[in-house]
Design a binder for this molecule. Structure first.
Ligand code: DGP
Length: 114
C-alpha cells in the first residue's frame, strides 16, 4: 500500500524503534505511548483492519498474538500483566489503517477499555 505509514515502516522507509521482527511480523514502539511499555505488533503484509483477515489468515493471526506474547515477556511486563488491544474501524478508534495489536503495560491499566 503506497500511502500506508505502517507499510512504510515495515519496508524500512520510515524509521521506528523496533523490538522484534521476522519474515511475517514487526513490533515497534508506539510514537505516542499510553503506558511505559507501548509496542505495536503488525503483519508485514497490508490488511486494512482485523475484519480484513479471514480464515486463510488464521496462522498469521496466531503468529501476531504469539509475537505480542514474546514482546511482553522480553519487555518484562508479562509477570505483572499487560493488555493486548486491537482497534478496528471508525467506532473502534482505529486511526492507522493497517491492522496492529497494541501491547500495553508497565503501569496499572484501568478496567475501562473505552
Ligand atoms: P490506532 O488508534 O489503533 O490506529 O493506533 C495507531 C497508533 O499508531 C497510535 O497509538 C500512534 C501510532 N503511530 C502512528 N503513526 C506512527 C508512526 O509513524 N510511528 C510509530 N512508531 N507509531 C505511530
Amino acid at each position: 500500500m503506497n500511502d500506508c505509514i505502517f507499510c512504510k515502516i515495515a519496508a524500512g522507509e520510515i524509521p521506528c524503534t523496533s523490538v522484534f521482527e521476522d519474515e511475517r511480523a514487526l513490533a515497534f514502539r508506539d510514537i505516542n505511548p499510553q503506558a511505559p511499555v507501548h509496542v505495536l505488533v503488525i503483519p508485514r503484509k497490508h490488511y486494512k483492519n482485523l475484519t480484513a483477515l479471514d480464515a486463510s489468515d488464521h496462522d498469521l493471526m496466531r503468529h501476531l498474538l504469539h509475537v505480542a506474547n514474546v514482546v511482553a515477556i522480553e519487555e518484562g511486563i508479562a509477570m505483572d500483566g499487560y493488555r493486548v488491544a486491537v482497534n478496528c474501524g471508525l467506532q473502534g478508534g482505529q486511526v492507522v489503517q493497517h491492522v496492529h495489536f497494541h501491547v500495553l503495560g508497565g503501569r496499572q491499566l484501568s478496567g475501562e477499555l473505552g
